[in-house]
Structure formats: structure tokens, C-alpha cells
Design a protein around this ligand. Sequence first.
Ligand code: KG4
Ligand code: ZN
Length: 343
Amino acid sequence: MKKKPIIIGIESSCDETAVSIIQNRYVLSNIVIHQYIHKKYGGVVPELASRLHDKNMIIAVHKSIHSAKIKKNEIDAVSFTLGPGLIGSLLVGASFAKSFSMGLDIPLLTVNHIQAHILTHFIKNSNINNYCPKFPFLSLVISGGHTQIVKVDDFFQMKILGSTLDDAIGDTFDKIARILGFHYPGGPMIELFSKNGNYKKFYFSKPLINGLNFSFSGFKSHILQFIKNKLKKNPLFIKQNISDICASIQRTIAEILLEKMQKATLKTNIFRIALAGGVSANYEIRRMFISFAKKNKKWEIFIPKKEYTTDNGAMIAITGLLKYEKKLFDNIYVSPYSKFKEF
Ligand code: KG4
Ligand code: ZN
């Protein structure tokens, strides 16, 4: 029997150096090297990120090949993130992938990072039933840099129905978390501290944005102002109320997302919803979508495995594999781009 193609995926758009190997839509290895250095700066420092990608890329590639139990020359194609992202970081992944493709004389496949978050749903998992969304479906992409509602008609036929007019949701989580005294990335810290909190303790009004767009900048300022005012009266306000503050913010964000997706389903008459991106790791957001889908039988909800929510190489490798199957190869003269491009 003919061997199924083996694809390596290289992700370096932000602060994770991630490499994964996929065959037949199953993940053979998935290595992520996190860059903890940014914690102390409250956000990703682009130059430090590029330098660390450069240092860690070869290590991640070696680990990935080793843990997939394959030989380098069994790899059939190399896929990598072309954009959007930090340009210095992307260049490291791009240069590596181009050299790898030339050295092994194998095809090169470029990947749009956002499209890859969406396509993680097509990764097969050996121990759970392989349940992936049928087309068309709606993807809610919630990450550090993006917040979008995307109609997915096919693997590479996607249309943006709504997006943020200002800040992305992950960035909102991170900025609020910073004021609360948490290190970067703050989203997981807000989730952690919400566990013992009462979400009804503080009320934050939700942004009123028409259609399927989002806006988080006013919401963020409203919370920052609220906290500043409280601190003036009681300098221990954050310390004494941290769990309730986190739970109230997290709950409000989850409600904003759920309400928008309800609108999107009614507008499109599509009730298959797939969450994607780093913020979809959030327990409360997942719980609220699952619970809504249980009550509303028309809804079918798809939640990625936790390891495929934040940036990872498997999402790049699966997108590469899907492109490989359609022979959507690229040449080595492609250049990374930092700003989001329409799919
Ligand atoms: O998708 P991702 O890894 O990177 C981008 O493509 O931007 O998303 C990173 C974002 C960060 O803002 C981080 O705070 C957020 O995802 N995040 C979370 C959680 N885990 C990661 N936000 C809320 N709750 C979480 N559990
Ligand atoms: Zn991402």
C-alpha cells in the first residue's frame, strides 16, 4: 500500500516556536517551545521573540522528527505560517521552511495563521470519536490578535462575516489581567482566579455593536476605570475581590461572544459552530457554548482539544496537508506578511 504523505508544520508567528508532524490527518508529534521571557515585559517583545525562534527552531524540529519516530527523508512536504504575525518571527520560520524544502527537495506550502486555527477541527484524534464539522459552518476565531466570525464553505473557501473594530479579545484579556497584576499571557490567569469567584458580584455593561462586528476597547476602558475608582476608595480592592472581579469579567466576555454567535446563526441559518484560537481554551466560554447547544437542539458545537487552541504546529501541518491534497504548492519566493489578509 502506498505510504500516506507526511507533512511537517512550522509555526513562529508570535511567541511559540512550534513544530508538528502529521500523516493521514493524525498528529505524529506536536512540539511547542514557549518563550517565557515575555512574562516580565507584560507582552511579547518582537526582537526577543525573533531571537528565541532562531535559537529554538532547530531544537523543535529535531524533537518533532524524533518523537514522530520517522526519518527526515520520509517527510513529503513542509508547511509554515506565512502570516499574519510579527514579521521578524515569521521570517525565522519562513527561512527555515524554505531551506528545508530546498535541502530535501520537497514541496513548500504556505499557511494563513487564522485559517489554520479554523482548520484544527480536521485533525483526527485516535482515542475519541472523530467528529469534525460538515460544511458550511461558522467559526468563531478568538485569539490574541484576532476576533472574527468566519463562514466556512470549504477548506479554503472562507468569508469573514464580522470582526473586531478595535482590540482583539485575547489582547483585552491580557490588558485587563495586567491591571489586575497578572503576568503575560493574562487570559489563563483570569480563568484560574475565576474558579472560586461569583460572576454576579460586579456588573459590566456589554458593548452595543450592530451586526456581527465586535468592539472591546470601550469595554476594556470601562473595566480599567472601574478598577481605578475602586482602588481610590480601597487600595486593597483588587486583593480582596480578585476572584469575583475575574469571574465577572470572564462571564461578561463569554456572554458577548455567545450573543454574537446567536445573531450569526440566525442571520446565516447555519447552526454548526466551531470555536478556534487561544481564547477558546477558556473553560467558561466552552461551558457556556456547550450548555447553550444542549438547550438549543439546532446548534452543533465543535470545541478544539486544548493543545490545538493556542498556537501550535499541528494546525499548520493539517492545513499544509489539506493544501498538499489539493496540490496548492508555493514557491520559495513568497514573503511573510504581518497584517491580516482576506482568505
Ligand atoms: O491563538 P493564540 O495562541 O495566539 C494568537 O494567534 O494570537 O492566542 C493567545 C491568546 C492570549 O491573548 C491568551 O491570553 C489567550 O489566548 N488565552 C486565553 C486562555 N488561554 C489563552 N484567554 C482566556 N482564557 C484562557 N484559558
Ligand atoms: Zn494564533
